[in-house]
Design a protein around this ligand. Structure first.
Ligand code: NAP
Ligand code: GLV
Length: 309
């Protein structure tokens, strides 16, 4: 069995080494730009360059080394009609729960303000927020969004979740579809975006949606930068309608040096690290799915091209 491996960062050796452990029967062939290689059975990649698409026509399945499929689905009809299988958790859910919990508690317990005070030698206790005023709304109740709701439930925050199809959650009030979007937003004090980027969710968080949050709301975006209309967010932060934002993802990554987000003190930003791909966990998951496919079994996390995720 031959597996085509592409990594944009060029760091292929540890992947080849771990694949040899997990799937010793496979020969991993590293694809590099400008190269033609003999046909492979499977491909393992993330954000492939267009030139690589021609090599994918004969594979039985394409495995993504990430949770989101937007970076490959952007090629649309140029993609071969083979199953595309994304990562399902593979160690990302706990990282998302850590990141979002940290950001929520930072706002709720006012740690950012205490850090500022300490920098200026100020000893002053600020009024504590009331948890009943701190409803957290999670956009996306999937593999990653649901464990984030579960983690936040332990602190007793009022919770709500929004998805495309109706869902149930033991501790969160559930909303579904565009018809219930405005109700979901009204009263959400901390909005957490954990949606896939699709034609329906692109630019979802612009002036119209963000204005429906109560004054003094916070935004946490750990999904994709294109979910947020960046100038609208800056404007609403400037007016005080949005009190602060924690952003892990941006329309252009790395965030350009002169981007206004860098100098906005009410924006906390991180370089797309809220849930990193864990190599060994990912290879174990991909290896198990390759074995299942070889045995004629079905596998989870197959991307639905019509839905876009
Ligand atoms: P998932 O399991 O596919 O869950 C997606 C959720 O979004 C589902 O609940 C889905 O609704 C909902 N959804 C999709 N389109 C919608 C729409 N138009 N309206 C309302 N809800 C909609 O995906 P996941 O594994 O949780 O990952 C989510 C995203 O996180 C990824 O696509 C990726 O962009 C992002 N991510 C970011 C990082 C990072 O480091 N920043 C890391 C990993 C993932 P249904 O349940 O009804 O289908
Ligand atoms: C990272 O952003 C992912 O989708 O896995």
């Amino acid at each position: 069995m031959r597996i085509l491996l592409h990594r944009a960062d060029g760091l292929t050796d540890p992947w080849v080494r771990d694949f040899a452990q997990v799937l010793p029967q496979a020969q991993v062939v590293v694809w590099r730009e400008g190269e033609q290689i003999a046909p492979c059975d499977y491909a393992v990649l993330w954000c492939p360059p267009e030139e690589l698409l021609g090599q994918l026509a004969q594979v039985k399945a394409i495995f993504l080394t990430g949770a989101g499929a937007d970076a490959i689905l952007k090629y649309g009809h140029a993609l071969p009609q083979v199953p595309i299988i994304r990562l399902g958790d593979a160690g990302m859910a706990v990282q998302m729960a850590e990141y979002v919990t940290h950001a929520v508690l930072r706002y709720f317990r006012r740690f950012g303000e205490y850090e500022q005070q300490a920098r200026h030698g100020v000893w002053a206790q600020l009024p504590q927020y009331d948890k009943s005023d701190f409803t957290i709304g999670v956009l996306g109740m999937g593999v990653l969004g649901t464990p984030v709701l579960d983690a936040l439930a332990q602190f007793g925050f009022p919770l709500r979740g929004w998805s495309r199809t109706p869902k149930q959650h033991a501790r969160a009030r559930c909303y579904a579809g565009r018809e219930q979007f405005d109700d979901f937003l009204a009263g959400t004090r901390v909005l957490v975006c954990m949606l896939p980027l699709t034609a329906e969710t692109d630019n979802l968080l612009g002036r119209a949606a963000l204005s429906k949050l109560p004054r003094g709301a916070y935004l946490i975006n750990v999904a994709r930068g294109a979910h947020v209309a960046e100038p609208d967010l800056l404007e609403l932060i400037g007016s005080g309608h949005i009190a602060g934002a924690t952003l892990d993802v941006f329309r252009t990554e790395p965030l350009p040096a002169h981007h206004p987000f860098w100098s906005e003190p009410r924006i906390t930003l991180t370089p797309h690290i809220s849930a990193l791909t864990l190599r060994l966990e990912s290879i174990r998951q991909i290896g198990a799915k390759i074995r299942a496919l070889e045995n004629g079994e079905s596998v989870s996390d197959v991307v639905d091209r019509n839905r876009g995720y």
